[in-house]
Structure formats: structure tokens, C-alpha cells
Design a protein around this ligand. Structure first.
Ligand SMILES: [Cu+2]
Length: 96
């Protein structure tokens, strides 16, 4: 599954792909906001698009088996310091 992305924002962004493995999207969002809590053992990162600078573009290819995934950005917001996923930059994706 190839994907292309253009960063039209003012900060760096990425598209990390995580397999949910029973986690809800809200639980993953909470784990992303507090990575020191050890919740990273509950999900598996499968790659994705590395961070790209504002005004640039990139692409990635992923071969994902059927399942539930989250596409999210873990770059930290320049003002609040929170990961972008914790601010809403997270999307559930189901592969059938
Ligand atoms: Cu971002």
C-alpha cells in the first residue's frame, strides 16, 4: 500500500503506522502522550513515513496484513511539547 503525503503545516510531521493489537484508538492516543509509562509494549510500530519538514513531501510503502491499525504523528508540538497524536493527529485504519 503506497502512500504519499505533503506537509502543508508549519511544523515537521510524520505518519507512523501502529498495529492496535487490542488497544483502542483512545488508549493509543493516551500512550503516545505518556511514552514513559511503558505502554509501548502494548503496540507494535510497523514503520511509515519519517518526519518531513513543513512545505515538503514524502512517500512510504507498507505491506499490512488484515487488521486494525492507527496512523499517527509522534512529533512534538513546538508550543505545548505534546506529541501531535495526543493533540488529535491520529486516525484508525482497518485493512481487510
Ligand atoms: Cu505532526
Amino acid at each position: 500500500m503506497p502512500g504519499w503525503s505533503r506537509n502543508n503545516g508549519s511544523q515537521p510531521h510524520q505518519v507512523a503506522v501502529f498495529q492496535l493489537q487490542g488497544l483502542s484508538l483512545d488508549e493509543l492516543k493516551e500512550a503516545a502522550a505518556n511514552p514513559a509509562a511503558g505502554a509501548s509494549k502494548l503496540y507494535e510500530e510497523l514503520g511509515g513515513l519519517a518526519a518531513i519538514a513543513a512545505g515538503t513531501e514524502g512517500w512510504a510503502v507498507a505491506d499490512l496484513p488484515a487488521g486494525d491499525y492507527a496512523f499517527l504523528c509522534l512529533q512534538r508540538d513546538e508550543k505545548s511539547g505534546s506529541p501531535h497524536a495526543a493533540l488529535g493527529m491520529i486516525k484508525a485504519v482497518t485493512v481487510r
